[in-house]
Design a protein around this ligand. Structure first.
Ligand SMILES: Nc1ncnc2c1ncn2[C@@H]1O[C@H](COP(=O)(O)OP(=O)(O)OP(=O)(O)O)[C@@H](O)[C@H]1O
Length: 655
């Protein structure tokens, strides 16, 4: 099914005899072209033209806008043209003023102010919905030469940096605005307008530009703002209900040039070469999308003559006297909204919501003509009845609406102020409460403090204990490691070898203990224990030495008996040797000899054994036998010392 759009026609009746020609509506007919009905809109005080240069970095945007002395750029040419035009206008007084700003990393700076001292300027919106940069200086210029001086000085303040692609790359978006005020001396009408000349920073690929961290940060801000610019254009083309102008300062400032009431011109700067192919495509795509953005330019005219008298003033009673506040805003609200029709062929777009905040209409106020198309039935009816109203009625209604609006705004302001006061009071209370809590906490801390001098010794003791504990742990670990290894070794040995090793350790330990080297002796005794774990005497010796070491006491081993001459010992040892070799069942006497010999050997190893004559007990004997078993004389040769014990004597005498 094909769709048809509704065609719209407008018919303006001629003025009646008693109506003044106040030029409230102007119609322009172009033969064969579109006709235009325009109504002045005091809410939009500027007729604006915006020219902006767009393209990848190093594509020639600055060259296009700024140019050189030999090849002047767009800015110089525009100013020249304006002054030429000014000179041609004999009857009018034309004034030009220039402002110049840059948007660097999404902050706005005045380029007429020295960069070091330039503050960030806020972007604001006035009551009529127009966006402006607050505190931006505007300098009047009288000639092209004067402009040249001002402009070249200000351009030096612009943020420029070297990249791989451009040794003088603009790091900011620059917006130069020329405001024109033209007053016709004869008619006292003032026309205002302005032209924005924008040198955008170029989109950047950090790989190609080789940016350092500073440049990267700038590049991120540039790319982000350009991306928002693309989103704005896209949203405008889609007829979106929300246009993201506020997402960057660039789009916010250029709001009027993008879907607003200004005439726009986009210059696409393209860089040659294959490395810019994708950027060229991007730029051209952006241009195609921007081409579809519709702006609604208006003529801005202000009438400086005294206000025309209201119609039917002679026959109607005077309008009611309004409050002073109402009278102040009356001229603004008495105007009507802009209605611009364009009969040019082409696809019509969905209506976009106006960016300009409109004053809410009170009951009885005539709805604007532009809205009649989509008004609900109730409003349509009302508008039909209001056709019969006189000018006085209309003024009365307007006055009432204004009054209502002013009251509403005042109330709103009061509410806001009240909220702010409440918030501040609440904050104060919170602060006081927090301070009180802090004080209480501090007080509690102070009260809970220990008396001076108590904590220090405790801590010191704690530190000492800590150190002791750590040392003990290290010692235990080391011991465990060692004993573990020793145990493994002991397990691997045959019983005989274990005994031999045990004896060797005992002998060494004894030697050290005699030298007074108790710690080493203790270690060696412990090692010996690993190999002969069941020896009670050995255990006792270990405990004794441990105690002596722990308490710093001297350890006095039991005194050694006088050693027997070597020959004698050999004799005994030979006897024992015979026993061992023969593997005979030992007789009780030979057992005694073995026991006696073993006792000698053990004593030589250093264990505390009773070596006193005739003092040998049954228990000792058992220990000796169990520890040493059969003695192999050769094992002890060289280190053994024979002692003539009473038991040995007995054995001898029996033999
Ligand atoms: N039409 C041109 N004729 C001769 N030289 C040009 C032209 N356009 C650009 N250039 C040269 O190319 C270089 C880059 O140009 P320019 O600085 O204007 O690029 P840009 O797009 O502003 O870059 P950026 O975004 O990095 O600021 C400059 O040296 C400039 O003189």
């Amino acid at each position: 099914m094909t769709s048809h759009k509704i065609n719209i026609a407008a018919r303006l009746r001629p003025r009646l005899d008693n109506e003044l020609d106040d030029e409230g509506i102007q119609i322009t007919h172009t033969p064969g072209g579109p006709s235009c009905i325009s109504v002045p809109n005091p809410r939009d005080l500027s007729q604006t033209v915006t020219i902006f240069a767009y393209g990848v970095t190093s594509s020639g945007k600055t060259h296009t806008m700024q140019g050189t002395k030999a090849q002047p750029g767009v800015i110089r040419r525009v100013v020249e043209a304006m002054f030429l035009h000014k000179a041609a206008l004999q009857r009018s007084n034309v004034e030009l003023a220039v402002s110049y700003m840059e948007i660097y990393k999404d902050d706005v700076y005045d380029l007429f102010v020295n960069r070091e001292s330039a503050p960030k300027l806020p972007v604001r919106e006035n009551d009529a919905g127009q966006v402006f940069v607050a505190n931006l200086s505007s300098l009047p210029v009288e000639s092209v030469e004067e402009f040249d001086i001002i402009y070249s000085l200000a351009s030096r303040h612009r943020s420029v940096g070297a990249t791989n692609l451009n040794r003088a790359s603009s790091r900011s978006h620059a917006v130069l605005t020329i405001e024109v005020t033209m007053t016709d001396s004869a008619t006292q009408k003032t026309l205002t307008g302005k032209i924005n000349l924008v040198d955008l920073a170029g989109s950047e690929n950090n790989k190609l530009t080789g940016n350092d961290p500073t440049r990267m940060a700038e590049s991120a801000a540039i790319n982000k703002s350009l991306s928002v610019l693309g989103q704005v254009v896209h949203a405008l083309n889609q007829g979106a209900s929300r246009i993201p102008y506020r997402n960057s300062k660039l789009t916010r400032i250029l709001q009027d040039a993008l879907g607003g009431s200004s005439v726009g011109l986009l210059i696409c700067n393209l860089a040659p070469g294959i490395k810019f192919r994708q950027d060229t495509l991007n730029t051209l795509n952006f241009a195609v999308r921007t081409k579809n953005v519709e702006n609604r330019p208006v003529v801005n005219e202000r009438d400086n003559r005294p206000q025309a008298k209201p119609h039917f003033a002679a026959i109607q009673p005077p309008p009611p006297k309004l409050a002073p506040a109402v009278l102040q805003v009356d001229p603004i609200l008495a105007s009507r909204v802009v209605v611009t029709t364009n009969a040019a062929p082409g696809p019509s777009r969905r209506p976009r919501p106006s960016r300009v905040p409109r004053i809410s209409l009170g009951p009885g106020l005539l709805p604007p003509l532009a809205k009649t198309k989509s008004r609900p039935a109730a409003i349509v009816e009302e508008s039909e009845t209001t056709v019969q109203l006189t000018e006085v009625d209309i003024n009365e209604r307007i006055a009432k609406a204004v009054e209502a609006e002013v009251t509403r705004r005042l109330k709103e302001r009061e509410d806001r102020e009240r909220e702010e006061r409440t918030r501040l009071e609440q904050e104060k209370e919170n602060l006081a409460l927090r301070e009180k809590q802090d004080d209480e906490r501090r007080q509690a801390q102070a009260n809970s403090k220990l008396p001076p001098g108590v904590l220090t010794p405790l801590l010191a003791r704690h530190r000492d204990l800590d150190g002791q504990l750590r040392a003990r742990l290290a010692e235990l670990e080391e011991k465990y490691e060692r004993s573990h290894k020793e145990l493994q070794l002991a397990d691997a040995l045959s019983p005989m070898s274990r005994k031999k090793t045990g004896r060797a350790y005992v002998a060494l330990a004894r030697a050290h203990s005699e030298k007074g080297d108790l710690k080493v002796a203790l270690e060696l005794y412990r090692k010996a224990e690993t190999y002969v774990p069941d020896n009670i005497k050995l255990r006792e010796r270990v405990l004794e030495i441990e105690w002596a070491v722990r308490n710093g006491k001297e350890f006095v081993p039991s005194p050694k008996k006088q050693r027997r001459p070597r020959g004698k010992k050999r004799k005994v040892a030979t006897l024992n040797f015979g026993l061992a070799r023969g593997r005979e069942e030992p007789s009780s006497s030979s057992m005694m000899v073995a026991a006696a010999a073993s006792r000698q050997q053990y004593a030589m190893g250093g264990c505390s054994m009773d070596e006193g004559e005739g003092e040998e007990t049954e228990g000792e004997r058992e220990v000796e036998v169990s520890l040493l078993g059969r003695i192999n004389e050769e094992e002890y040769e060289g280190s053994s010392v024979a002692v003539e014990t009473p038991a040995l004597k007995r054995v001898r005498s029996e033999e």
